[in-house]
Design a protein around this ligand. Structure first.
Ligand SMILES: Cc1cc2nc3c(=O)[nH]c(=O)nc-3n(C[C@H](O)[C@H](O)[C@H](O)COP(=O)(O)OP(=O)(O)OC[C@H]3O[C@@H](n4cnc5c(N)ncnc54)[C@H](O)[C@@H]3O)c2cc1C
Length: 504
Protein backbone atom coordinates (compact mmCIF):
# COMPACT_ATOMS: atom_id res chain seq x y z
CA UNK A 1 0.00 0.00 0.00
CA UNK A 2 1.19 3.51 -0.84
CA UNK A 3 1.96 5.36 2.44
CA UNK A 4 -0.45 8.18 1.69
CA UNK A 5 -3.49 5.90 1.83
CA UNK A 6 -5.18 4.85 5.08
CA UNK A 7 -6.21 1.64 3.35
CA UNK A 8 -6.23 0.40 -0.25
CA UNK A 9 -9.95 -0.35 -0.39
CA UNK A 10 -12.82 0.74 1.84
CA UNK A 11 -15.81 -1.58 1.63
CA UNK A 12 -19.19 -0.32 2.81
CA UNK A 13 -21.48 -3.13 4.00
CA UNK A 14 -20.60 -6.41 5.70
CA UNK A 15 -23.30 -8.51 4.01
CA UNK A 16 -22.39 -11.45 1.77
CA UNK A 17 -21.22 -9.19 -1.09
CA UNK A 18 -18.94 -6.94 0.95
CA UNK A 19 -17.39 -9.78 2.94
CA UNK A 20 -16.76 -11.94 -0.16
CA UNK A 21 -14.95 -9.00 -1.74
CA UNK A 22 -12.97 -8.36 1.45
CA UNK A 23 -11.91 -12.04 1.60
CA UNK A 24 -10.79 -12.04 -2.03
CA UNK A 25 -8.81 -8.79 -1.68
CA UNK A 26 -7.17 -9.78 1.60
CA UNK A 27 -5.78 -12.98 0.10
CA UNK A 28 -4.27 -10.79 -2.61
CA UNK A 29 -2.41 -8.75 0.02
CA UNK A 30 -4.59 -5.72 -0.56
CA UNK A 31 -5.34 -3.77 2.62
CA UNK A 32 -9.04 -3.51 3.36
CA UNK A 33 -11.32 -1.77 5.83
CA UNK A 34 -14.94 -2.85 6.00
CA UNK A 35 -17.55 -0.74 7.76
CA UNK A 36 -21.23 -1.38 8.47
CA UNK A 37 -23.77 1.00 9.92
CA UNK A 38 -25.56 -1.82 11.79
CA UNK A 39 -24.47 -2.43 15.39
CA UNK A 40 -23.83 -6.15 14.76
CA UNK A 41 -24.02 -8.78 12.05
CA UNK A 42 -27.34 -9.53 10.37
CA UNK A 43 -29.55 -11.86 12.41
CA UNK A 44 -32.15 -13.08 9.88
CA UNK A 45 -32.50 -16.12 7.65
CA UNK A 46 -33.34 -13.99 4.56
CA UNK A 47 -31.33 -15.51 1.66
CA UNK A 48 -31.23 -19.22 2.22
CA UNK A 49 -30.28 -20.74 -1.15
CA UNK A 50 -26.62 -21.12 -2.11
CA UNK A 51 -26.40 -21.96 -5.80
CA UNK A 52 -23.88 -24.39 -7.35
CA UNK A 53 -21.74 -21.62 -8.89
CA UNK A 54 -21.50 -19.84 -5.54
CA UNK A 55 -20.46 -23.12 -3.90
CA UNK A 56 -17.56 -23.28 -6.37
CA UNK A 57 -16.52 -19.77 -5.34
CA UNK A 58 -16.77 -20.70 -1.68
CA UNK A 59 -14.57 -23.74 -2.38
CA UNK A 60 -11.95 -21.42 -3.88
CA UNK A 61 -12.16 -19.16 -0.81
CA UNK A 62 -11.77 -22.21 1.47
CA UNK A 63 -15.15 -22.08 3.23
CA UNK A 64 -17.24 -24.62 1.32
CA UNK A 65 -16.76 -27.37 3.93
CA UNK A 66 -18.15 -25.10 6.63
CA UNK A 67 -21.09 -24.08 4.39
CA UNK A 68 -21.80 -27.78 3.68
CA UNK A 69 -21.62 -28.65 7.40
CA UNK A 70 -24.15 -25.99 8.26
CA UNK A 71 -26.61 -26.58 5.38
CA UNK A 72 -28.77 -29.29 3.82
CA UNK A 73 -30.29 -29.90 0.41
CA UNK A 74 -33.75 -28.39 -0.10
CA UNK A 75 -36.54 -30.61 1.21
CA UNK A 76 -39.56 -31.53 -0.90
CA UNK A 77 -42.34 -28.97 -0.84
CA UNK A 78 -45.57 -29.95 0.85
CA UNK A 79 -48.51 -28.09 -0.70
CA UNK A 80 -51.42 -27.93 1.72
CA UNK A 81 -54.76 -27.98 -0.06
CA UNK A 82 -57.48 -28.32 2.58
CA UNK A 83 -56.96 -31.69 4.29
CA UNK A 84 -54.52 -32.86 1.60
CA UNK A 85 -50.75 -32.28 1.50
CA UNK A 86 -49.27 -32.83 -1.95
CA UNK A 87 -45.53 -33.45 -2.18
CA UNK A 88 -43.88 -31.32 -4.85
CA UNK A 89 -40.29 -31.45 -6.09
CA UNK A 90 -39.02 -27.93 -6.61
CA UNK A 91 -35.83 -29.08 -8.26
CA UNK A 92 -34.60 -32.46 -9.43
CA UNK A 93 -31.65 -33.72 -7.40
CA UNK A 94 -28.72 -33.72 -9.80
CA UNK A 95 -25.84 -36.16 -9.78
CA UNK A 96 -22.25 -35.02 -9.37
CA UNK A 97 -20.48 -35.13 -12.72
CA UNK A 98 -16.85 -34.69 -13.65
CA UNK A 99 -17.47 -31.07 -14.74
CA UNK A 100 -19.97 -30.04 -12.02
CA UNK A 101 -18.83 -31.04 -8.53
CA UNK A 102 -21.68 -29.32 -6.64
CA UNK A 103 -24.83 -29.69 -8.72
CA UNK A 104 -27.51 -28.92 -6.10
CA UNK A 105 -28.62 -25.77 -4.30
CA UNK A 106 -27.86 -25.76 -0.56
CA UNK A 107 -30.24 -24.50 2.10
CA UNK A 108 -28.60 -22.36 4.80
CA UNK A 109 -29.89 -19.23 6.54
CA UNK A 110 -28.13 -15.99 5.60
CA UNK A 111 -26.94 -15.26 9.14
CA UNK A 112 -24.84 -18.46 8.99
CA UNK A 113 -23.40 -17.67 5.55
CA UNK A 114 -22.55 -14.17 6.81
CA UNK A 115 -20.97 -15.62 9.95
CA UNK A 116 -18.77 -18.03 7.98
CA UNK A 117 -17.59 -15.17 5.73
CA UNK A 118 -16.95 -12.93 8.75
CA UNK A 119 -14.82 -15.65 10.40
CA UNK A 120 -12.86 -15.95 7.15
CA UNK A 121 -11.97 -12.26 6.97
CA UNK A 122 -11.19 -12.17 10.68
CA UNK A 123 -8.68 -14.99 10.05
CA UNK A 124 -6.92 -12.47 7.76
CA UNK A 125 -6.86 -9.96 10.63
CA UNK A 126 -9.72 -7.82 9.27
CA UNK A 127 -12.43 -6.91 11.76
CA UNK A 128 -15.74 -5.42 10.69
CA UNK A 129 -16.22 -1.89 12.00
CA UNK A 130 -19.86 -1.88 13.13
CA UNK A 131 -21.97 1.21 13.93
CA UNK A 132 -19.93 3.00 11.30
CA UNK A 133 -21.95 4.64 8.56
CA UNK A 134 -20.56 6.14 5.38
CA UNK A 135 -22.06 9.56 4.74
CA UNK A 136 -20.08 11.16 1.91
CA UNK A 137 -17.13 10.90 -0.42
CA UNK A 138 -14.91 13.13 -2.54
CA UNK A 139 -12.47 11.89 -5.13
CA UNK A 140 -9.59 13.25 -7.18
CA UNK A 141 -7.01 11.74 -9.56
CA UNK A 142 -4.98 10.07 -6.82
CA UNK A 143 -7.53 8.82 -4.36
CA UNK A 144 -10.84 9.14 -2.58
CA UNK A 145 -11.72 10.62 0.82
CA UNK A 146 -14.64 8.87 2.45
CA UNK A 147 -16.46 10.51 5.35
CA UNK A 148 -17.80 8.31 8.13
CA UNK A 149 -20.54 9.31 10.58
CA UNK A 150 -17.93 8.87 13.33
CA UNK A 151 -16.22 12.00 11.96
CA UNK A 152 -13.26 10.12 10.54
CA UNK A 153 -12.22 10.71 6.92
CA UNK A 154 -10.63 7.66 5.31
CA UNK A 155 -8.34 8.23 2.33
CA UNK A 156 -8.13 5.19 0.06
CA UNK A 157 -7.60 4.04 -3.51
CA UNK A 158 -11.07 2.59 -4.07
CA UNK A 159 -14.46 2.69 -2.38
CA UNK A 160 -16.89 -0.21 -2.90
CA UNK A 161 -20.54 0.21 -1.93
CA UNK A 162 -21.90 -3.21 -0.98
CA UNK A 163 -24.41 -1.42 1.18
CA UNK A 164 -27.65 -3.08 0.10
CA UNK A 165 -30.75 -1.97 -1.81
CA UNK A 166 -30.92 1.50 -0.21
CA UNK A 167 -27.19 2.05 -0.96
CA UNK A 168 -25.83 5.39 0.21
CA UNK A 169 -22.82 4.96 -2.07
CA UNK A 170 -25.11 4.53 -5.10
CA UNK A 171 -27.08 7.65 -4.12
CA UNK A 172 -23.92 9.71 -3.55
CA UNK A 173 -22.79 8.61 -7.01
CA UNK A 174 -26.08 9.81 -8.56
CA UNK A 175 -26.70 6.48 -10.30
CA UNK A 176 -30.34 6.03 -11.28
CA UNK A 177 -31.85 2.85 -9.80
CA UNK A 178 -34.17 2.02 -12.65
CA UNK A 179 -37.22 -0.19 -12.11
CA UNK A 180 -40.17 -0.49 -9.82
CA UNK A 181 -41.25 -1.17 -6.26
CA UNK A 182 -44.57 -2.87 -5.58
CA UNK A 183 -45.56 -0.98 -2.43
CA UNK A 184 -48.86 -2.82 -2.10
CA UNK A 185 -47.31 -6.30 -2.38
CA UNK A 186 -45.85 -7.16 1.02
CA UNK A 187 -44.53 -10.27 2.68
CA UNK A 188 -44.01 -10.75 6.42
CA UNK A 189 -40.93 -12.81 7.29
CA UNK A 190 -40.53 -14.55 10.64
CA UNK A 191 -37.80 -16.82 12.02
CA UNK A 192 -39.14 -18.89 14.89
CA UNK A 193 -39.89 -22.32 16.28
CA UNK A 194 -43.02 -24.27 15.37
CA UNK A 195 -43.79 -27.61 17.01
CA UNK A 196 -45.62 -30.48 15.33
CA UNK A 197 -44.85 -29.39 11.80
CA UNK A 198 -42.80 -31.84 9.72
CA UNK A 199 -39.24 -30.65 9.15
CA UNK A 200 -39.05 -32.84 6.05
CA UNK A 201 -41.14 -30.42 3.98
CA UNK A 202 -41.05 -26.80 2.86
CA UNK A 203 -44.71 -26.18 3.60
CA UNK A 204 -46.83 -24.00 1.34
CA UNK A 205 -50.42 -22.98 1.92
CA UNK A 206 -51.27 -21.40 -1.44
CA UNK A 207 -54.46 -19.71 -0.26
CA UNK A 208 -55.61 -19.37 3.35
CA UNK A 209 -57.92 -16.47 4.20
CA UNK A 210 -56.75 -14.82 0.97
CA UNK A 211 -53.06 -15.05 1.91
CA UNK A 212 -50.15 -17.22 0.81
CA UNK A 213 -48.18 -18.80 3.64
CA UNK A 214 -44.97 -20.80 3.56
CA UNK A 215 -42.74 -22.32 6.27
CA UNK A 216 -39.28 -23.58 5.35
CA UNK A 217 -37.34 -25.60 7.97
CA UNK A 218 -33.93 -24.06 8.66
CA UNK A 219 -31.32 -26.83 8.82
CA UNK A 220 -29.63 -27.99 12.03
CA UNK A 221 -32.08 -26.02 14.19
CA UNK A 222 -35.70 -26.19 15.30
CA UNK A 223 -36.53 -22.96 13.44
CA UNK A 224 -38.62 -22.28 10.36
CA UNK A 225 -38.47 -19.28 8.05
CA UNK A 226 -42.14 -18.30 7.73
CA UNK A 227 -43.44 -16.09 4.94
CA UNK A 228 -46.92 -14.59 4.96
CA UNK A 229 -47.88 -12.74 1.81
CA UNK A 230 -50.58 -10.31 2.85
CA UNK A 231 -53.37 -8.53 0.95
CA UNK A 232 -52.77 -4.96 -0.30
CA UNK A 233 -54.98 -3.37 2.39
CA UNK A 234 -53.98 -5.57 5.33
CA UNK A 235 -52.43 -3.82 8.31
CA UNK A 236 -49.11 -5.24 9.42
CA UNK A 237 -48.10 -5.54 13.06
CA UNK A 238 -44.78 -7.19 13.83
CA UNK A 239 -45.46 -7.61 17.53
CA UNK A 240 -44.51 -11.22 18.33
CA UNK A 241 -47.78 -12.02 20.07
CA UNK A 242 -49.82 -10.61 17.20
CA UNK A 243 -47.79 -12.62 14.67
CA UNK A 244 -48.20 -15.80 16.74
CA UNK A 245 -51.98 -15.36 16.81
CA UNK A 246 -52.10 -14.53 13.11
CA UNK A 247 -50.17 -17.66 12.12
CA UNK A 248 -52.25 -19.82 14.47
CA UNK A 249 -55.41 -18.63 12.78
CA UNK A 250 -53.92 -19.21 9.33
CA UNK A 251 -52.31 -22.66 9.69
CA UNK A 252 -53.36 -23.84 13.14
CA UNK A 253 -49.78 -23.95 14.49
CA UNK A 254 -48.06 -21.89 17.18
CA UNK A 255 -44.80 -20.08 16.47
CA UNK A 256 -42.62 -19.07 19.43
CA UNK A 257 -39.05 -18.01 20.24
CA UNK A 258 -39.16 -15.54 17.36
CA UNK A 259 -35.64 -14.29 16.59
CA UNK A 260 -36.21 -12.10 13.51
CA UNK A 261 -39.07 -10.39 11.70
CA UNK A 262 -39.19 -8.20 8.64
CA UNK A 263 -41.53 -6.87 5.96
CA UNK A 264 -40.41 -7.37 2.41
CA UNK A 265 -41.65 -5.51 -0.68
CA UNK A 266 -40.59 -6.85 -4.06
CA UNK A 267 -38.31 -4.28 -5.57
CA UNK A 268 -37.08 -4.88 -9.09
CA UNK A 269 -34.37 -2.39 -9.94
CA UNK A 270 -31.02 -2.17 -11.71
CA UNK A 271 -28.46 0.59 -11.34
CA UNK A 272 -27.71 2.37 -14.62
CA UNK A 273 -24.00 2.40 -13.67
CA UNK A 274 -21.71 0.30 -11.49
CA UNK A 275 -18.66 2.59 -11.53
CA UNK A 276 -17.84 6.24 -10.93
CA UNK A 277 -14.04 6.48 -11.33
CA UNK A 278 -12.74 5.16 -7.95
CA UNK A 279 -16.16 4.09 -6.71
CA UNK A 280 -17.93 0.80 -7.43
CA UNK A 281 -21.22 -0.66 -6.31
CA UNK A 282 -21.95 -4.38 -5.99
CA UNK A 283 -24.66 -6.79 -4.83
CA UNK A 284 -28.05 -5.41 -3.80
CA UNK A 285 -26.62 -1.89 -4.09
CA UNK A 286 -26.50 -2.49 -7.86
CA UNK A 287 -29.53 -4.74 -8.42
CA UNK A 288 -32.53 -5.91 -6.43
CA UNK A 289 -35.17 -8.42 -7.36
CA UNK A 290 -37.82 -10.67 -5.92
CA UNK A 291 -36.65 -13.58 -3.73
CA UNK A 292 -38.06 -16.10 -6.24
CA UNK A 293 -35.26 -18.26 -7.58
CA UNK A 294 -32.79 -17.56 -4.73
CA UNK A 295 -30.53 -15.33 -6.82
CA UNK A 296 -29.83 -12.11 -4.87
CA UNK A 297 -27.10 -13.20 -2.49
CA UNK A 298 -25.59 -15.40 -5.18
CA UNK A 299 -25.44 -12.61 -7.75
CA UNK A 300 -23.84 -10.31 -5.16
CA UNK A 301 -21.18 -12.87 -4.24
CA UNK A 302 -20.39 -13.27 -7.93
CA UNK A 303 -20.18 -9.50 -8.46
CA UNK A 304 -17.58 -9.44 -5.69
CA UNK A 305 -15.67 -12.36 -7.18
CA UNK A 306 -15.57 -10.60 -10.57
CA UNK A 307 -14.38 -7.32 -9.08
CA UNK A 308 -11.82 -8.68 -6.57
CA UNK A 309 -9.13 -9.95 -8.95
CA UNK A 310 -9.50 -6.89 -11.19
CA UNK A 311 -8.92 -4.45 -8.31
CA UNK A 312 -6.02 -6.71 -7.24
CA UNK A 313 -4.37 -6.56 -10.68
CA UNK A 314 -4.72 -2.78 -10.90
CA UNK A 315 -3.50 -2.03 -7.35
CA UNK A 316 -0.52 -4.34 -7.84
CA UNK A 317 0.23 -2.39 -11.02
CA UNK A 318 0.07 -5.37 -13.37
CA UNK A 319 -3.02 -4.18 -15.27
CA UNK A 320 -4.15 -0.72 -16.18
CA UNK A 321 -7.27 1.00 -14.97
CA UNK A 322 -9.32 0.02 -18.04
CA UNK A 323 -9.59 -3.54 -16.64
CA UNK A 324 -11.91 -2.10 -13.99
CA UNK A 325 -14.37 -0.95 -16.65
CA UNK A 326 -14.96 -4.57 -17.56
CA UNK A 327 -16.63 -5.14 -14.16
CA UNK A 328 -19.79 -3.23 -15.10
CA UNK A 329 -19.65 -4.46 -18.69
CA UNK A 330 -19.57 -8.09 -17.54
CA UNK A 331 -21.82 -8.01 -14.50
CA UNK A 332 -24.63 -5.60 -15.40
CA UNK A 333 -26.06 -7.77 -18.24
CA UNK A 334 -26.02 -10.77 -15.88
CA UNK A 335 -28.05 -8.84 -13.28
CA UNK A 336 -30.50 -7.75 -15.98
CA UNK A 337 -31.11 -11.40 -16.91
CA UNK A 338 -31.49 -12.40 -13.23
CA UNK A 339 -34.08 -9.63 -12.78
CA UNK A 340 -36.13 -10.95 -15.69
CA UNK A 341 -35.93 -14.52 -14.45
CA UNK A 342 -36.90 -13.73 -10.86
CA UNK A 343 -39.79 -11.58 -12.14
CA UNK A 344 -41.04 -14.41 -14.31
CA UNK A 345 -40.94 -16.89 -11.39
CA UNK A 346 -42.49 -14.40 -8.98
CA UNK A 347 -45.46 -13.60 -11.22
CA UNK A 348 -46.14 -17.33 -11.59
CA UNK A 349 -46.08 -17.75 -7.79
CA UNK A 350 -48.40 -14.74 -7.56
CA UNK A 351 -50.85 -16.56 -9.81
CA UNK A 352 -50.52 -19.71 -7.71
CA UNK A 353 -48.96 -21.59 -10.63
CA UNK A 354 -46.70 -24.51 -9.66
CA UNK A 355 -44.30 -23.69 -12.52
CA UNK A 356 -43.29 -20.69 -10.42
CA UNK A 357 -42.01 -23.14 -7.81
CA UNK A 358 -39.92 -25.18 -10.25
CA UNK A 359 -36.20 -24.46 -10.36
CA UNK A 360 -34.09 -25.19 -13.38
CA UNK A 361 -30.58 -24.87 -14.74
CA UNK A 362 -30.52 -21.10 -15.16
CA UNK A 363 -30.89 -20.52 -11.42
CA UNK A 364 -27.85 -22.70 -10.70
CA UNK A 365 -25.77 -19.93 -12.34
CA UNK A 366 -23.35 -22.40 -13.94
CA UNK A 367 -24.16 -21.29 -17.48
CA UNK A 368 -23.28 -17.63 -16.84
CA UNK A 369 -20.84 -16.58 -19.55
CA UNK A 370 -18.99 -13.36 -20.31
CA UNK A 371 -18.70 -14.40 -23.97
CA UNK A 372 -18.96 -11.39 -26.26
CA UNK A 373 -17.98 -8.99 -23.45
CA UNK A 374 -14.87 -6.79 -23.39
CA UNK A 375 -12.58 -9.63 -22.25
CA UNK A 376 -14.05 -12.39 -24.44
CA UNK A 377 -14.30 -11.32 -28.03
CA UNK A 378 -16.56 -13.32 -30.33
CA UNK A 379 -13.66 -13.40 -32.79
CA UNK A 380 -11.54 -15.79 -30.70
CA UNK A 381 -11.48 -19.53 -31.45
CA UNK A 382 -13.68 -22.02 -29.62
CA UNK A 383 -13.17 -25.64 -28.64
CA UNK A 384 -15.82 -28.31 -29.17
CA UNK A 385 -17.43 -27.38 -25.84
CA UNK A 386 -16.19 -23.94 -24.75
CA UNK A 387 -15.95 -20.31 -25.79
CA UNK A 388 -13.95 -17.49 -24.22
CA UNK A 389 -15.86 -16.08 -21.25
CA UNK A 390 -17.50 -19.40 -20.35
CA UNK A 391 -17.11 -20.96 -16.90
CA UNK A 392 -14.02 -23.17 -16.87
CA UNK A 393 -15.43 -26.60 -15.97
CA UNK A 394 -14.02 -28.94 -13.38
CA UNK A 395 -12.60 -32.33 -14.43
CA UNK A 396 -11.46 -35.33 -12.43
CA UNK A 397 -8.11 -36.86 -13.23
CA UNK A 398 -5.58 -39.19 -11.67
CA UNK A 399 -1.97 -38.31 -11.15
CA UNK A 400 0.64 -40.55 -9.45
CA UNK A 401 -2.26 -42.79 -8.41
CA UNK A 402 -4.05 -39.92 -6.67
CA UNK A 403 -7.53 -38.69 -7.60
CA UNK A 404 -7.52 -34.97 -8.29
CA UNK A 405 -9.78 -32.27 -9.69
CA UNK A 406 -8.94 -29.28 -11.83
CA UNK A 407 -10.64 -26.93 -9.35
CA UNK A 408 -7.96 -27.90 -6.81
CA UNK A 409 -5.37 -26.55 -9.24
CA UNK A 410 -7.35 -23.35 -9.87
CA UNK A 411 -7.73 -22.62 -6.14
CA UNK A 412 -5.97 -19.37 -5.22
CA UNK A 413 -5.40 -15.96 -6.73
CA UNK A 414 -3.41 -16.94 -9.83
CA UNK A 415 -4.26 -17.40 -13.52
CA UNK A 416 -3.94 -20.92 -14.94
CA UNK A 417 -2.70 -22.10 -18.34
CA UNK A 418 -3.72 -25.50 -19.64
CA UNK A 419 -1.73 -26.62 -22.68
CA UNK A 420 -2.65 -29.59 -24.82
CA UNK A 421 -0.46 -30.85 -27.67
CA UNK A 422 3.23 -30.43 -28.43
CA UNK A 423 3.19 -26.99 -30.01
CA UNK A 424 0.91 -25.56 -27.32
CA UNK A 425 3.06 -26.99 -24.52
CA UNK A 426 6.34 -25.72 -26.01
CA UNK A 427 4.90 -22.22 -26.40
CA UNK A 428 3.56 -22.05 -22.84
CA UNK A 429 6.79 -23.45 -21.37
CA UNK A 430 8.80 -20.62 -22.90
CA UNK A 431 7.42 -18.25 -20.25
CA UNK A 432 9.06 -18.15 -16.85
CA UNK A 433 6.39 -16.50 -14.71
CA UNK A 434 6.02 -16.71 -10.93
CA UNK A 435 3.52 -19.35 -9.84
CA UNK A 436 1.87 -16.71 -7.70
CA UNK A 437 0.73 -15.09 -10.93
CA UNK A 438 0.39 -17.95 -13.42
CA UNK A 439 0.39 -21.72 -13.00
CA UNK A 440 0.95 -23.85 -16.07
CA UNK A 441 -0.19 -27.45 -16.55
CA UNK A 442 0.52 -29.69 -19.51
CA UNK A 443 -2.25 -32.10 -20.39
CA UNK A 444 -1.36 -35.37 -22.04
CA UNK A 445 -3.01 -38.74 -22.29
CA UNK A 446 0.03 -40.86 -21.51
CA UNK A 447 -0.53 -43.21 -18.59
CA UNK A 448 2.00 -42.65 -15.76
CA UNK A 449 3.47 -39.67 -17.53
CA UNK A 450 6.03 -37.95 -15.36
CA UNK A 451 5.20 -34.60 -16.98
CA UNK A 452 2.05 -32.59 -16.39
CA UNK A 453 -1.41 -34.06 -16.02
CA UNK A 454 -1.93 -37.59 -17.30
CA UNK A 455 -5.53 -37.30 -18.41
CA UNK A 456 -5.96 -40.91 -19.42
CA UNK A 457 -9.56 -40.88 -18.20
CA UNK A 458 -9.93 -38.15 -20.86
CA UNK A 459 -12.19 -36.06 -18.59
CA UNK A 460 -10.26 -32.85 -19.17
CA UNK A 461 -10.04 -33.47 -22.89
CA UNK A 462 -13.80 -34.14 -23.00
CA UNK A 463 -14.95 -31.30 -20.70
CA UNK A 464 -12.70 -28.78 -22.44
CA UNK A 465 -13.57 -30.12 -25.92
CA UNK A 466 -9.90 -30.49 -26.89
CA UNK A 467 -9.35 -31.98 -30.34
CA UNK A 468 -6.20 -30.23 -31.52
CA UNK A 469 -3.21 -28.35 -30.05
CA UNK A 470 -4.79 -25.81 -27.70
CA UNK A 471 -3.81 -23.34 -24.97
CA UNK A 472 -6.50 -22.28 -22.53
CA UNK A 473 -5.95 -19.33 -20.21
CA UNK A 474 -8.21 -19.37 -17.15
CA UNK A 475 -8.89 -16.21 -15.16
CA UNK A 476 -8.57 -16.16 -11.36
CA UNK A 477 -12.38 -16.12 -11.13
CA UNK A 478 -12.64 -19.38 -13.06
CA UNK A 479 -13.78 -18.12 -16.46
CA UNK A 480 -12.02 -18.78 -19.76
CA UNK A 481 -9.80 -15.79 -20.56
CA UNK A 482 -8.53 -17.06 -23.88
CA UNK A 483 -8.58 -20.06 -26.20
CA UNK A 484 -5.64 -20.35 -28.57
CA UNK A 485 -5.51 -22.91 -31.36
CA UNK A 486 -3.14 -21.25 -33.86
CA UNK A 487 -0.30 -18.70 -34.11
CA UNK A 488 0.55 -19.80 -30.57
CA UNK A 489 3.49 -17.49 -29.81
CA UNK A 490 1.76 -14.33 -30.99
CA UNK A 491 -1.68 -15.11 -29.55
CA UNK A 492 -0.40 -16.24 -26.16
CA UNK A 493 1.68 -13.07 -25.80
CA UNK A 494 -1.41 -10.99 -26.64
CA UNK A 495 -3.55 -12.84 -24.09
CA UNK A 496 -0.93 -12.55 -21.33
CA UNK A 497 -0.61 -8.81 -22.00
CA UNK A 498 -4.37 -8.32 -22.08
CA UNK A 499 -4.67 -9.59 -18.51
CA UNK A 500 -1.56 -7.83 -17.22
CA UNK A 501 0.34 -11.12 -16.70
CA UNK A 502 3.28 -9.79 -18.73
CA UNK A 503 3.91 -6.14 -19.46
CA UNK A 504 2.80 -4.57 -22.72
C1 LIG B 1 -37.36 -13.24 1.81
C2 LIG B 1 -36.05 -13.15 1.11
C3 LIG B 1 -35.50 -14.33 0.66
C4 LIG B 1 -34.32 -14.28 -0.06
N1 LIG B 1 -33.82 -15.45 -0.50
C5 LIG B 1 -32.67 -15.45 -1.19
C6 LIG B 1 -32.04 -16.68 -1.55
O1 LIG B 1 -32.52 -17.77 -1.22
N2 LIG B 1 -30.87 -16.61 -2.25
C7 LIG B 1 -30.32 -15.41 -2.59
O2 LIG B 1 -29.27 -15.42 -3.29
N3 LIG B 1 -30.86 -14.24 -2.20
C8 LIG B 1 -32.01 -14.21 -1.51
N4 LIG B 1 -32.51 -13.02 -1.06
C9 LIG B 1 -31.80 -11.75 -1.34
C10 LIG B 1 -30.59 -11.53 -0.42
O3 LIG B 1 -31.00 -11.48 0.93
C11 LIG B 1 -29.84 -10.27 -0.79
O4 LIG B 1 -29.66 -10.25 -2.19
C12 LIG B 1 -28.46 -10.21 -0.08
O5 LIG B 1 -28.58 -10.04 1.29
C13 LIG B 1 -27.64 -9.03 -0.65
O6 LIG B 1 -26.40 -9.01 -0.03
P1 LIG B 1 -25.56 -7.67 0.01
O7 LIG B 1 -24.31 -8.02 0.75
O8 LIG B 1 -25.43 -7.12 -1.37
O9 LIG B 1 -26.42 -6.64 0.83
P2 LIG B 1 -26.99 -6.74 2.32
O10 LIG B 1 -27.03 -8.14 2.79
O11 LIG B 1 -28.25 -5.96 2.33
O12 LIG B 1 -25.88 -5.98 3.20
C14 LIG B 1 -25.70 -4.57 3.14
C15 LIG B 1 -25.03 -4.09 4.42
O13 LIG B 1 -24.69 -2.70 4.24
C16 LIG B 1 -24.92 -2.01 5.47
N5 LIG B 1 -25.11 -0.58 5.15
C17 LIG B 1 -26.14 -0.02 4.49
N6 LIG B 1 -25.94 1.32 4.34
C18 LIG B 1 -24.75 1.62 4.92
C19 LIG B 1 -23.99 2.81 5.09
N7 LIG B 1 -24.39 4.01 4.62
N8 LIG B 1 -22.82 2.75 5.76
C20 LIG B 1 -22.36 1.55 6.25
N9 LIG B 1 -23.05 0.39 6.11
C21 LIG B 1 -24.22 0.41 5.44
C22 LIG B 1 -26.14 -2.70 6.06
O14 LIG B 1 -26.20 -2.54 7.46
C23 LIG B 1 -25.91 -4.16 5.64
O15 LIG B 1 -25.26 -4.91 6.64
C24 LIG B 1 -33.67 -13.02 -0.32
C25 LIG B 1 -34.22 -11.84 0.18
C26 LIG B 1 -35.39 -11.91 0.88
C27 LIG B 1 -35.96 -10.65 1.42
Amino acid sequence: MNKTYDTDVLIVGAGPTGTTLAADLLRRDISVRIVDKAPHSFQGSRAKGIQPRTQEIFEDLGILNEIQNQSTLYPLMGIHLGPLTLPFKMQKKKKITSDVPYPNTLLIPQFRTDQILHTLIESHGCNIEYSTEVTDYNQDQEGISVTLATGEVVYCQYLVGADGGASKVRKLSNFQFVGETHEEDRMILIDGTIDNLSRKRWHVWPKVQGKQVAACPLPHSDQFQVMIRVQPNDEIDLDHQVLTQQLKSLIGKTIYDITWTSVFRPNVRLSEKYRNKRVFIAGDAAHVHTPAGAQGLNTGVQDAYNLGWKIGQVIHGTADDSLLNTYEAERQPIAARVLNKSNELYSEIENNSVTGLKRGDEERQLSISYYGGPLASKETPQTDTLKSGDRAPDAKFKTSGENKRLFELFKGTHFTLLSYGKHAITTSKAYDISEQILKHYEINNVENSSQGIADYSKNIIKNYGLTTDTIILIRPDGYIGSIITEHFEENLATALKQFGIISK
